[in-house]
Design a protein around this ligand. Sequence first.
Ligand SMILES: Nc1ncnc2c1ncn2[C@@H]1O[C@H](COP(=O)(O)OP(=O)(O)O)[C@@H](O)[C@H]1O
Ligand SMILES: [Mg+2]
Length: 367
Amino acid sequence: MECNAIRIKNFRNIEVAEIEFDSGVNILAGDNAQGKTNLLEAISFTALGKSFRTSHEEDLIRFGAESAEISLDFTDSSRRQNITVRMMPGRRRRIEQNKVKVSRLSDIVGAFRTVLFCPEHLSLVKDGPGERRGYLDIALSQLYPVYLKSLQRYNQILKQRNQLIRNAEDDRKTFNETVEFWSQQLAHEAAVIARYRAQYLKRAEKHIRACFDEMTNERELPEAVYAGSSHKEPESYEDTEQTEREYFDMLMAHHDREIGAGSTLWGIHKDDIDIRINGRSARSFASQGQQRSLALAMKLAEGEVCAEITGEKPVFLFDDVFSELDSTRRAYLSGKITNRQVIITTCEPSGIAGGKLIRVENGRYTV
Ligand SMILES: Nc1ncnc2c1ncn2[C@@H]1O[C@H](COP(=O)(O)OP(=O)(O)O)[C@@H](O)[C@H]1O
Ligand SMILES: [Mg+2]
């Protein structure tokens, strides 16, 4: 997978830009607030169908401009392709893949695949479960379109079911009449999502172990295991019918508690990844250095799993991560980014070897 070129109009502080990328290491270098992360955000937008920084599309349009446009050329194993997105405030965005109009951005997710790594990801192990679910969702959505569809449906149904719960005090009758229907729907999507998450971690874990081992030379064994809200063995999520029944039973058994809490208490929106070192919770017992090494290993594993499943290496997007790492991890990461495309932002280009250097100043990019 390779990002060949991007053309941008009125996205963030970028008025116009046309940038070609090298097939190896690309370094975006410049002072703070010049537009380095903005460019990665534009690239990542075409991969994920959303910004990694905001859910407000209007923030992405250059102040005072009427619309923004991103057009990205990329090559996958078979051919050169293009994704073009045009955003207008208050209007539906216009998306084209290879000049053909696409109705929803989620339809293009998975076409151009990236692994994004920001400094915030270094706290993936010690952050709350929401960040770890985000890690799984971004990786899986790019790999399996059905996963993203299921997740979108799940979130929609969850919203409806939560609304029903909140209205239940005033209207117990409607609740009693419809809760079974919503619980069934929710349990169905939950079982699909849980299976993907459990399978993914099983694959990712061996890469996490290998990276952690190479990085630290410590004789310690990391684990990263799916922790779903039904607390069963990860393998048992293979049987989605059984999981669906279990979720349904949970969603039908504790209505008073759910009404008291004002929300749905069981489901994949409560999932976590159980990360351990030598059998102990890494979140509670690992040193800060180990936690950071594990987080780095998890991001690198994301790239390995993606390559394993699709047969192609995803493009790495590294936002300011090198400056956050100590020399050992920095050296390790440098060794991991050969033979693939990587786009790196930094204030300090001198520390990163080789590659195409692109200077960033006030939303302008020069080679
Ligand atoms: N919608 C927008 N229109 C114009 N400028 C914007 C917009 N959103 C952010 N910016 C500007 O972009 C700059 C930050 O760019 P960023 O890429 O995050 O910097 P860095 O080079 O440090 O990564 C800030 O000066 C900010 O004011
Ligand atoms: Mg930045």
